[in-house]
Write a protein that binds this ligand. Structure first.
Ligand code: FES
Ligand code: FES
Length: 163
């Protein structure tokens, strides 16, 4: 039997009914059409499905949609401020572009959202700390040098430090 669900996704209220077993990643991708959240492993290992739930990074393949009831969810589609219709990116997205922190791009939405959460967690903008914090996000293209450099720059910019 479907259950009622209310949450905010990228600042927009969502009210619907979902089966108890519906995963958050399925709600986002299939019900809401937010396909920037990727599915890689479906076993909470790769991090491609990472989104922010009340600001915390969550692997959405490992969370029931009903567990996000009442939460504010941010996906890659909602990261840049909605009022910036000119295509301006979030500083972390900008940093990934500048440092070529992606190859095929499959892991990138999850990497970017995990990296954004590092700012609030106080992760230092240093390669070793960033690598440790990124350990739950895998890149099959093995582009880690660019990813780590991008995250360091993105963290500095989010903190108002020199890029
Ligand atoms: S698809 Fe969720 S962690 Fe891989
Ligand atoms: S850029 Fe291809 S999986 Fe990371």
């Amino acid at each position: 039997m479907d259950e009622p669900l209310e949450l905010s996704v990228n600042g927009r209220p969502v009210r619907c009914r979902v089966p108890a077993e519906r995963l958050l990643v399925a709600l986002l991708r299939e019900d809401l059409g937010l396909t920037g959240t990727h599915q890689g492993c479906d076993t909470a290992q790769c991090g491609a499905c990472t989104v922010l739930v009340d600001g915390a990074p969550v692997k959405s393949c490992n969370l029931l949609a009903l567990q996000a009831d009442g939460s504010q969810v941010t996906t890659i589609e909602g990261l840049a401020p909605a009022d910036q219709a000119d295509g301006t990116l979030h500083p972390m997205q900008q940093a990934f572009g500048e440092h070529h922190g992606l190859q095929c791009g499959f892991c990138t939405p999850g990497m970017v959202l995990r990296a954004v959460a590092m700012a609030a967690e106080g992760v230092p903008a240093e390669p070793a700390a960033v690598r440790y914090a990124l350990s739950g996000n895998l890149c099959r293209c093995t582009g880690y040098e660019g990813i780590v450099a991008a995250v360091c720059q993105g963290l500095r910019q989010m903190r108002g430090e020199a890029g």
